[in-house]
Ligand binder design. Structure first.
Ligand SMILES: *[C@@H]1O[C@H](CO)[C@@H](O)[C@H](O)[C@H]1NC(C)=O
Ligand SMILES: *[C@@H]1O[C@H](CO)[C@@H](O)[C@H](O)[C@H]1NC(C)=O
Ligand SMILES: *[C@@H]1O[C@H](CO)[C@@H](O)[C@H](O)[C@H]1NC(C)=O
Length: 390
């Protein structure tokens, strides 16, 4: 049983009797303010390639080597040389890496599930994955999958006759104590940049953040109480932006070589997201919702890469990208009539960008080190206390 009694001083002028009542309520499992760390029995994650741990590989084609080499020593369904940020979150909370919900083999959902897939957007898009890699599993679909997952695991858990039958399923009572994490929105921007001008994209932002809020509300209705929401990163700093644009116009880039207009859009989306999260706290009185400025962590590393022990953050570790010839990481193509493999660099841990779009394991570890202690969060509390309302 995970409960605690808050110290009387934290309740200011509450009388001792009042304190004792609160203490007894605590036994019933309600969260109270206090200093004990949370115990999260599970993580349920929703997102895109920044946190996919095997979804798109299971549903479509597997992500090939050398993805995964640096840690798993084989492809592991992740768009990185190794672990992605959600893996570091799981490690930090002493939970196993999350199995992808869509993966049918070798999975264990006792401590949560991952609904993220590479290419996912918050809003539904009407294009197939075969055009620009946009996943059919937009956030609303990920939520429907979660609802199905929860309903089916309840039924299966209660039907199970032996402990071993239950051992790969979450305990029904754990859904209300789980940590619900979100890392999605980057592809809503990338689709926006492709199909809209900046004014149109700005006009779409209230709908984008509302749809993320709706996802949180739907989980809250199902009993979820602790939410950890990453904002979107500095998309204008992704090296892919420069694969096809070698001579950007003056004023197009900021002092670190990132596309200023794109980053401004990300900052605007994040501002609206933060405002929407503040409203959500009022709408969902029993929820503890943490807004995490992952943008600041990512931009912080990119703007100071050298001092942090990394090479030029706009350089790419994996893939062949020379002039206008592009062989993506893990693929083969003909360049000047000869076969070229998009191989890894020798020292991926010195790179911020793994493949031009996705971060290296080393960068993700750096981001984890800078967000998990709460210094970039609103409210500014570490992830181990994210269940506590402030
Ligand atoms: C879907 O595509 C059609 C035609 O290609 C377009 O008119 C429509 O606006 C699109 N809808 C969305 C939500 O993008
Ligand atoms: C292809 O040709 C260009 C121009 O001659 C050369 O710079 C480049 O190195 C060649 N690439 C490969 C893979 O041979
Ligand atoms: C959080 O961790 C980062 C990286 O180690 C550090 O720079 C920062 O001072 C820490 N903040 C707090 C509040 O502990």
């Amino acid at each position: 049983m995970n409960y605690f009694c808050a110290a009387p001083m934290e309740f200011g002028r509450l009388l001792l009797t009042g304190f004792m009542v609160l203490c007894v309520l605590g036994v019933g499992g309600k969260e109270l303010q206090g200093s004990a760390p949370c115990v999260f029995p599970a993580i349920y994650n929703f997102g895109d390639s920044n946190s996919d741990t095997g979804g798109i590989s299971a549903a479509f084609e597997p992500i090939p080597a050398p993805y995964g080499d640096a840690f798993f020593h084989k492809p592991a369904g992740r768009d990185s040389d190794g672990r992605v940020l959600i893996d570091f979150i799981a490690e930090h909370l002493k939970l196993p890496y999350l199995s992808a919900y869509l993966n049918s083999l070798g999975t264990n959902y006792q401590h949560g599930a991952n609904f993220a897939t590479g290419g996912s957007t918050i809003r539904r898009q009407n294009e197939t994955i075969f055009e620009y890699g946009i996943s059919p599993f937009s956030l609303d679909i990920q939520i429907v999958q979660f609802l199905q997952f929860k309903a089916r695991t309840y039924a299966l858990y209660n039907q199970a006759k032996t402990p071993s039958e239950r051992s790969k399923l979450p305990r029904p009572q754990d859904f209300s104590k789980a940590l619900y994490t979100f890392d999605i929105g980057q592809n809503d921007l990338s689709v926006g940049f492709r199909k809209m001008n900046f004014d149109q994209l700005r006009a779409a932002m209230p709908d984008i953040v509302n749809q993320l809020a709706t996802a949180v509300q739907r989980i809250y209705q199902q009993g979820g109480r602790t939410f950890w929401i990453h904002n979107t990163g500095p998309i204008g700093c992704l090296p892919v932006n420069f694969f096809y644009n070698h001579n950007p116009a003056p004023g197009y880039l900021d002092q670190h070589g990132c596309i200023k207009g794109q980053n401004d859009m990300a900052v605007e989306l994040n501002k609206q997201l933060k405002d929407r999260v503040i409203k959500l706290r009022a709408e969902l009185p029993e929820a503890a919702i943490t807004y995490v400025d992952l943008y600041a962590a990512k931009y912080g590393l990119i703007s100071n890469a050298k001092n942090e022990g990394f090479t030029d953050p706009l350089k790419v570790c994996c893939g062949y990208h020379v002039n206008y010839d592009h062989v993506w990481c893990g693929t083969k193509a003909l360049v000047n009539g000869s076969a070229v493999f998009g191989a890894s660099c020798a020292n991926p841990s010195q790179y911020v960008s793994w493949d031009g779009v996705h971060y290296s394991q080393a960068a993700s570890q750096w981001f984890a080190n800078h967000i998990l202690n709460g210094s970039l969060s609103d409210p500014p509390i570490p992830i181990t206390r994210a269940c506590q309302k402030h």
